[in-house]
Design a binder for this molecule. Structure first.
Ligand SMILES: Nc1nc2c(ncn2[C@@H]2O[C@H](COP(=O)(O)OP(=O)(O)OP(=O)(O)O)[C@@H](O)[C@H]2O)c(=O)[nH]1
Ligand SMILES: [Mg+2]
Length: 442
């Protein structure tokens, strides 16, 4: 639980051994603490070189750059400071001990951003975007997170919340006027407005999870018969021995994942157990997991070895999945067919490297298509999807309501659901979820 009368600190950079470790401090006692350590407060927002001393023993702890950010112009919106220390473990430990002696406590993960939220510096979608920015691995992920941090999603969701609130006000006014026997079409206009808003929300929801995929990485599942060369293909794609390869059919049991990036889209490639009927319980579980992963994956790569007839299990599976990529493996051993069931087969060999560049290119195209890189703000989280789905549902109820009172009640539900997105309404239950994926010091 964040207590805003606490002053907290955390190492905000320089994990492990780095030349500089930045220590962040935030809370009402920040100014007093800096004064005790540095012998005075430097001017606001100007980096000043100061000697830090243990307040009790007066021992010099470090020569540090000290930055003082008086409220409200700080990241958290409260009095805050940064100490740029030399990067040694002993330096940090010494300063941390001095801070603890002065009554500060180490910050919880995400606590600085949580404080910023509580002081109205950012809303929940922006706080989530900062977590994404810290975790971003690729340039498109970074761009998406930055757009969201700048408020692209909060503006969109904030605008929807305002509109739903206005519709609710109209609906309630219509009820008032009705009681006074005044003619009005306010109620009808509120219902039309609800239908229009719902259509916009549904369009935003119907984006094929592009934003979430970009954030999490596109999921690719490699499927095929035992010994088809699936693990060899995974290893070739990720460029390391991620999965065990052996001439024994049924080697892979669990799902083995490797991450790659193609044209800026992260992919999580999963190698799976070979599909076959088997009496071996562990292998059966592996096959079950393989099928489940194929169901959940954004893209299936089906592997058919060139030196064997195509197996019925995998064939059946891809027949039901028109988006699957078909690959002929082991083309150094035998000449592959060009087509299978009327679909092109991409020839590859994990031994000679044949076709791997083409496979990467095909994966990149599929990934780009499915990630659908666009400039409009994308829906990035399941939390947003749930709240928007709920809002659309309530708006439909409002449109279809038989009584104005029921329409008003449904609109109130829509406002609440939309408000949860930015955290302006009903916030307590979502806070923990949002801040749980933060690292300490942010
Ligand atoms: N010549 C040749 N051999 C290959 C190629 N790919 C895989 N192999 C061999 O085929 C055998 C099976 O390869 P794996 O990658 O383990 O096959 P798998 O599909 O993962 O097999 P399971 O995990 O049992 O389902 C191994 O002996 C590999 O060395 C290839 O492109 N060319
Ligand atoms: Mg395998």
């Amino acid at each position: 639980m964040t207590r805003l009368d606490d002053t907290v600190f955390a190492k905000a950079s320089g994990a492990g051994q780095a030349a500089v470790a930045v220590l962040r401090l935030s809370g009402p006692a920040s100014g007093e603490v800096v004064r005790s350590l540095a012998g005075g407060l430097p001017p606001p927002r100007v980096a000043s070189l100061r000697r830090l001393r243990d307040p009790t023993s007066r021992e010099v702890l470090d020569e540090a750059l000290v930055l003082w950010f008086p409220a409200p112009r700080s990241y958290t919106g409260e009095d805050a400071a940064e100490l740029h220390l030399h990067g040694g473990t002993a330096v940090f430990a010494g300063v941390a001990a001095a801070l603890a002696a002065l009554g500060c406590r180490p910050a919880d993960p995400g606590e600085f951003t949580r404080r910023a939220f509580l002081h109205g510096k950012l809303d929940l979608t922006q706080a989530e975007a900062i977590a994404d920015l810290i975790a971003a691995e690729t340039a498109p992920q970074r761009r998406q997170a930055l757009r969201q941090a700048e408020g692209a999603l909060s503006r969109l969701y904030g605008d929807w919340t305002a509109r739903a609130t206005r519709l609710l006000a109209h609906q309630e006014a219509a009820i008032e006027f009705e009681m006074d026997d005044l003619p009005t079409d306010l109620g009808n206009r509120a219902r039309d407005g609800a239908a229009t808003l719902r259509a916009e929300i549904l369009r935003h929801l119907d984006d094929n999870r592009r934003g979430e995929r970009l954030r999490e990485g596109l999921s690719v599942a490699i499927l095929g018969a035992p010994n088809a060369g699936k693990s060899s293909l995974l290893n070739a794609l990720v460029g390391r021995d991620a999965a065990i390869v052996s001439p024994h059919p049924g080697t892979t049991r669990d799902i083995v994942e490797g991450r790659i990036e193609l044209d800026g889209v992260p992919l999580v490639v999963a190698d799976t157990a070979g599909l076959r009927q088997t009496g071996d319980e562990i292998e059966q579980e592996g096959v079950r997991r393989a099928r489940a992963r194929a169901e959940a994956a954004d893209l299936v790569v089906a592997v058919f070895p060139a030196d064997a007839p195509p197996d019925a299990e995998t064939r059946r599976l891809v027949a039901a999945d028109p988006g699957a990529l078909l690959v002929a493996s082991k083309c150094d051993l035998a000449a592959p067919a060009a087509m299978l069931d009327g679909r092109p087969l991409l020839p590859t060999s994990a031994v000679t490297g044949l076709g791997l560049a083409k496979l990467r290119a095909a994966l990149a195209v599929a990934a780009q298509e499915r990630a659908g890189l666009t400039e409009t703000p994308l829906l990035t989280r399941a939390r947003h999807r749930a709240a928007l789905g709920e809002a659309a549902e309530r708006l439909k109820e409002a449109t279809d309501a038989a009584l104005p009172e029921l329409a008003a009640e449904a609109l109130r539900g829509a406002v609440l659901a939309l408000g949860r997105l930015t955290g302006r309404v009903g916030v307590e239950d979502v806070l923990d979820l949002v801040f749980a994926d933060f690292c300490i010091g942010k």
